[in-house]
Design a protein around this ligand. Sequence first.
Ligand code: HEM
Length: 393
Amino acid sequence: MKTVFQSPVDPEFVQNPYPFYDQARACGDLVYWEDYGKIAAVSHRAVSALLKDRRFGREVPEEMRTPGPAHLAPWLAVEAHSLLEAEPPRHTRLRALVMRAFTSRAISALEPSFHDLTHSLIDAFPDQPFDLLSTFCTQVPVITICRLLGVPEDMSPSLLRWSHDMVAMYQASRTPETETAAAASSQAFTDFLIDYIEQRRSDPQDDLITRLIVAEEDGEKLSREELVATCILLLNAGHEATVHSLGNGVKTVLQNGIGPQYFAPDTIDRTVEEILRYDPPLHMFTRYAYEDIDAFGHSFKRGDEVALLLGAANRDPAIWSDPGRFDPTRAIVTNTSFGGGLHFCVGAPLARMEIRLALSTLFDRYPNLRLSAEPEYSNTYHFHGLTKLMVQI
Ligand code: HEM
């Protein structure tokens, strides 16, 4: 296996990680990424296969678990009960409860209010030029996930702050300050939810939080800690990636001169899939080997970690011809932006609906939208999203 060198905080890499992915993929399915001290899967076939291979998983193997530093306790407590960090049978139980709320019926039911939301955000666009990321791309997913869970929409500024502080723990630019902020925000988020759940217990509604409360009262299904961790996961995962799919998508569309015909009912699905393939918001997830496994020419030992580079898999020329070209007319081939296998994104249908409706409304109202400044990505690998998106009409 070849060793590759690339700092994940190098400004050039942060702005455009794809040349590095191409070089790494040319070395084989797996490379050793020296800066992470980890093996990385870079081809589409390796990333897809390892996502689905049940001999690998996200939960830390038992013999490797440590209590973690005391100053991180509130953040670790949420992680410990998160479905994203669990494997069966815990994962199966938690995921089944959450999936009940993500039926296609529940998502279609959101569509009328979603329509009103996008129009009212567009009506309120400030004087030009303005930042589309904060005024539109951020607001759409955070308000939608608040509505789905049944959390007051006026909580969204706090939710955004807590969420950003918590997910910064996964970023290569993490510092001691990141840890302090993540612990404080985890505590504040947990305290808010404990209070809010108590209020809602006496005022049940037709929403996800009420259904999860019922499952918690039923003791067997959900503990109090799991209830809080599940709400936090849904609220955080429910907007972080969608914000940047919208931002990266609008940037790509404007830079490539893609016309409004690609947002029509018969073309939009391909456009959305190409947006997700071409410049996804999340680039890397890791797995532990749970046994000794031979895969793609490497012998993994139990406990070995492997990084799955979703952004690299999506640009694999073995699957997509001329993968560095944005082409909204491509036939849809499943990309890896939502992961795969057991942890496949619960919110994928919701996210697709949001991107489809938000972009078609935006380009319908403003077909002449254009960039007013060169957008820049933030230094937050493995997240891949813009700092702002200045546009004018
Ligand atoms: C374009 C937007 C989104 C992208 C690109 C995305 C991507 C992903 C990926 C790659 C994973 C799997 C991680 C892994 O395998 O290690 C995942 C899991 C998850 N996502 Fe999303 N996501 C998006 C939107 C959403 C939304 C709107 C929700 C709504 C609540 C959501 C909820 C979740 C949850 C709960 C999991 C954990 C599933 C499990 O562990 O079984 N995501 N997402």
